[in-house]
Design a protein around this ligand. Structure first.
Ligand code: ZN
Length: 271
């Protein structure tokens, strides 16, 4: 992780952890995909990622904006920069369509015949988009994952952005990659761990249902050992009675993870 002024550069893994811990009170309805057009790949040879973002910020302020327009900038080396624009503020990304948006500026000029997106950059764009959909519990469709070109007379995020910039290109080429990554994030919470309970012990046929909007699970009976976030309505099998942890209680789940037993957040149900 690198810091410069109000901006922080992160790897994909650092970004995921940072995002999952972030509290956002604004209602998020969609994710915006853009390319910067300028600066583009050639500028990355002359400037660091953080310098480029500082320059974009200066340019946006010259336009009279309060701060940088986007929430997130992605780079050819796979790095991600956040900062200055709060996730609790709408972006300045798509004129007339910013309410509830998260704006991703992918650094480059992705029209046909221009910058050729690196493999690391592709991975990061898919990863960041999927992480946002996962965090805000958004399905992936043409209302929730939008390209700038659909709202303006622009090619942004580029006529060659993951095979094209139309709605059908997005559905055909980009969304399946995002969906696959989301499934991998979700899979992380079903990784089974060896249960310490004797195999002969009859497992409880009880479950917990998440009744708040989202909630952490834990790798061990320790409030600091956060694992993955689960969402309202999801049900998990529990295989223990309440376990006292610090000032509260947890249940152990069949997956090996732990979850709060607080009835404010979960409801015990018969499976
Ligand atoms: Zn754009």
């Amino acid at each position: 992780m690198k810091k410069q002024g109000k901006f922080i550069e992160m790897s994909r893994e650092e970004f995921f952890k940072w995002l999952m811990d972030l509290k956002v009170s604004r209602k998020i309805t969609h994710i915006q995909e853009h390319h910067t057009y300028r600066p583009n790949y050639g500028d990355c040879k002359k400037h660091s990622n953080l310098e480029l973002v500082e320059n974009i910020s200066k340019y946006h302020k010259k336009l009279g904006w309060s701060c940088i327009g986007q929430h997130i900038t992605t780079f050819p080396d796979g790095k991600i920069v956040i900062g200055e624009r709060s996730f609790d503020d709408d972006p300045a990304g798509i004129k007339g369509h910013n309410a509830g948006g998260i704006c991703i500026e992918n650094l480059g000029f992705f029209d046909k015949g221009q910058d050729v997106m690196t493999e690391e950059h592709k991975k990061t764009i898919i990863f960041v988009t999927a992480a946002l959909h996962f965090k805000f519990n958004l399905p992936v469709n043409t209302n929730t994952c939008v390209y700038h070109a659909w709202f303006a007379n622009k090619t942004c995020p580029g006529t060659n952005f993951f095979g094209g910039n139309t709605k059908s290109d997005a559905q055909k080429y980009f969304y399946p990659l995002v969906e696959k990554q989301i499934a991998e994030f979700k899979g992380a919470k079903t990784i089974s761990k060896p249960a310490s309970a004797p195999a002969t012990k009859k497992e409880s046929k009880k479950g917990v249902k998440v009744i708040c909007s989202s909630l952490w699970t834990y790798n061990s009976a320790n409030w600091d050992d956060k694992a993955v976030i689960v969402h309202k309505g999801e049900v998990f099998t529990i295989i223990s009675d309440k376990i006292k942890v610090g000032g509260g209680y947890m249940y152990r789940l069949k997956s090996g993870l732990y979850i709060t037993a607080n009835p404010k957040y979960v409801e015990v149900i018969n499976l």
